[in-house]
Design a protein around this ligand. Structure first.
Ligand code: ATP
Ligand code: MG
Length: 394
C-alpha cells in the first residue's frame, strides 16, 4: 500500500508538479518503517512558505514564522513545513531564529534522533543520510550529530529520548545516554507543559519501566519538577493503562500529595481529582481489602489504579484481581444517590414535615441502608423501612 493518506499524497504531488521538492518526514515515516499504523503525515518541502501558499487554494498560517503552513486538501488539514535549519539556541529551549533552506539534508540534520531524520518520497524512496534505518532495526535511539551539543541546544530532546524509549521499547545509544547525564540540569529550562506532554506519552508507552529507570539513572529526576528518588516502586507498577495511572504511581512512589503533583506538572482539575481519590483509596487499601463503601465511593478506574500500585508496594501480598473489583462494583445495589427510588420530597410527604437538615441526614441513612442491603431499593420498601426507623428515633 502507498504511504500517506490520499489528501497528503495529493499535497506532495502538487508541490512536485509546481517544481518543488516535497517528502514525508517525522514520526509517521518512522512508525511506518516499524510496521506500525502511522498518523500525522507531516510534509517537508523546498518551497518557501509563501510559495506553498501560492500552490494551494486553501491554506491556513499556523506557524508561518517556523515555516509551517496548513493546507486544506479535500477537507483534511495537512501540515507542510519548509526545509529549515535552526540557528543558535540561547535558552536551551527554542532556536533564536529559523532559516529556510532548499536542502532536505540540512532539514533532516536539525532533527533530534536518527530514526526521526528519515524522509520518504512519493514513490517510496527512503532518504536516510544519518543511518536512521540501521538504528531503527537495532532499536536504538541515537542523536543526530553530537548528542551533547544537541541536548545543550534543546533540553526537551532529553525527555523525548526517554519517552521514545518507553513508547518504542528502544535503548538509548551509549553516547546519547551519556549526553543526557551531562546535560540533565538544563531540563529545568523546559516548560512544565512540554514536559507533561512527553510524560503523558511515556506513561502510555510499552516499556515505561525502562524509561523511568533511565530518568533516575541519568539524574534527570532531580531536575524535573517532581520525581521520586527511587524508580523501583514506580517501575514495579508498569505497564500503565492510562496516563492517570502513571501520575498516580509517581505520586505514591514519591510520597507526594495529589496537590504537589498537580501543581508541579500543571495537571488538569480532573487529573488532580483522580489523584486525590487514588490517594484516599490507597490509604484504605493499606489497612484492609476494599469495603462496600470503598466500591461505592470510588470509580473502578481509581480502585484499579490504587490496587495496582498497592500490589507494587506489597510484592507477595494478596492482591484483588481486576475481575473481582469489576464484579464488586457491578453488584452494588446503587451506584450513586441518584439511583435511589425515593427523594427528599417523598420523605416530606410521608412525615408531613417541612424540609430542613433532617432531610439530608435521613437520605444519607437510606442511602447507607440500601447500599448495605438492609433495605431493597424499592419505593414502598424504603417507605416501610424509613417509617419504622423514623418512629424509633422519636
Ligand atoms: P509522535 O509519534 O509522538 O508524534 P514524532 O517523532 O512525530 O513523534 P513530533 O513531536 O510530532 O514527534 O515531531 C515531528 C518531528 O519533528 C520529529 O520526528 C522530529 O524529526 C522533529 N522534532 C520534533 N521535536 C524536535 C526537537 N525538539 N528537536 C529536533 N527535532 C524535533
Ligand atoms: Mg508526530
Amino acid at each position: 500500500a502507498d504511504f500517506g493518506t490520499a489528501p497528503s499524497r495529493k499535497v506532495v504531488r502538487q508541490l512536485e508538479e509546481a517544481g518543488y521538492e516535497a517528502v514525508f518526514v517525522g514520526g509517521a515515516v518512522r512508525d511506518h518503517l516499524l510496521g506500525k499504523e502511522a498518523s500525522d503525515f507531516d510534509i517537508a518541502t523546498s518551497a518557501m512558505p509563501e510559495e506553498v501558499k501560492q500552490v494551494f487554494t486553501h491554506t491556513i498560517d499556523v506557524g508561518i514564522a517556523h515555516g509551517t503552513v496548513m493546507v486544506m486538501m479535500d477537507a483534511e488539514p495537512i501540515e507542510v513545513t519548509t526545509y529549515r535549519t535552526e540557528s543558535t539556541y540561547t535558552d536551551h529551549r527554542r532556536p533564536d531564529e529559523v532559516n529556510f533552506v532548499r536542502s532536505l539534508k540540512e532539514d533532516l540534520q536539525r532533527r533530534d534522533f536518527t530514526m526521526n531524520a528519515l524522509a520518504l518520497t512519493l514513490n517510496g524512496e527512503l532518504i536516510d543520510p544519518f543511518g536512521g534505518m540501521e538504528d531503527l532495526q537495532a532499536s536504538k535511539i541515537r542523536a543526530v550529530g553530537n548528542a551533547s551539543d544537541r541536548f545543550h541546544e534543546d533540553a526537551l530532546r532529553m525527555i523525548r529520548a526517554v519517552r521514545f524509549s518507553s513508547v518504542l521499547g528502544f535503548e538509548i545509544e551509549d553516547q546519547t545516554l551519556q549526553a543526557i547525564e551531562e546535560n540533565a540540569a538544563t531540563i529545568k529550562h523546559v516548560s512544565v507543559e512540554r514536559i507533561k506532554v512527553e510524560m503523558d506519552k511515556l506513561w502510555k508507552g510499552s516499556d515505561p519501566g525502562k524509561a523511568l529507570s533511565t530518568i533516575v539513572d541519568t539524574r534527570l529526576s532531580i531536575h524535573l519538577p517532581l520525581f521520586p528518588n527511587d524508580a523501583r516502586i514506580l517501575s514495579d507498577c508498569v505497564p500503565f493503562a492510562t496516563t492517570e495511572q502513571g501520575w498516580s504511581a509517581l505520586m505514591l512512589a514519591g510520597h507526594f500529595s495529589a496537590g504537589d503533583v498537580a501543581k508541579a506538572y500543571k495537571l488538569s482539575n480532573r487529573e488532580k481529582a483522580f489523584l486525590s481519590d487514588v490517594q484516599a483509596a490507597f490509604d484504605k487499601r493499606q489497612s484492609s481489602f476494599f469495603t462496600i463503601d470503598d466500591y461505592y465511593q470510588f470509580s473502578l478506574e481509581v480502585l484499579i489504579a490504587a490496587e495496582k500500585i498497592w500490589q507494587a508496594f506489597h510484592q507477595g501480598g494478596t492482591g484483588i484481581p481486576v475481575q473481582e473489583m469489576t464484579r464488586m462494583k457491578e453488584s452494588l445495589p446503587i451506584c450513586s444517590k441518584d439511583d435511589l427510588k425515593v427523594d427528599g420530597k417523598d420523605l416530606m410527604a410521608w412525615t408531613s414535615q417541612r424540609g430542613g437538615r433532617w432531610l439530608g441526614e435521613w437520605m444519607e441513612k437510606i442511602e447507607y441502608a440500601v447500599l448495605h442491603r438492609d433495605c431493597p431499593n424499592d419505593a414502598e420498601k424504603i417507605k416501610e423501612w424509613f417509617l419504622n426507623e423514623y418512629e424509633h428515633q422519636k
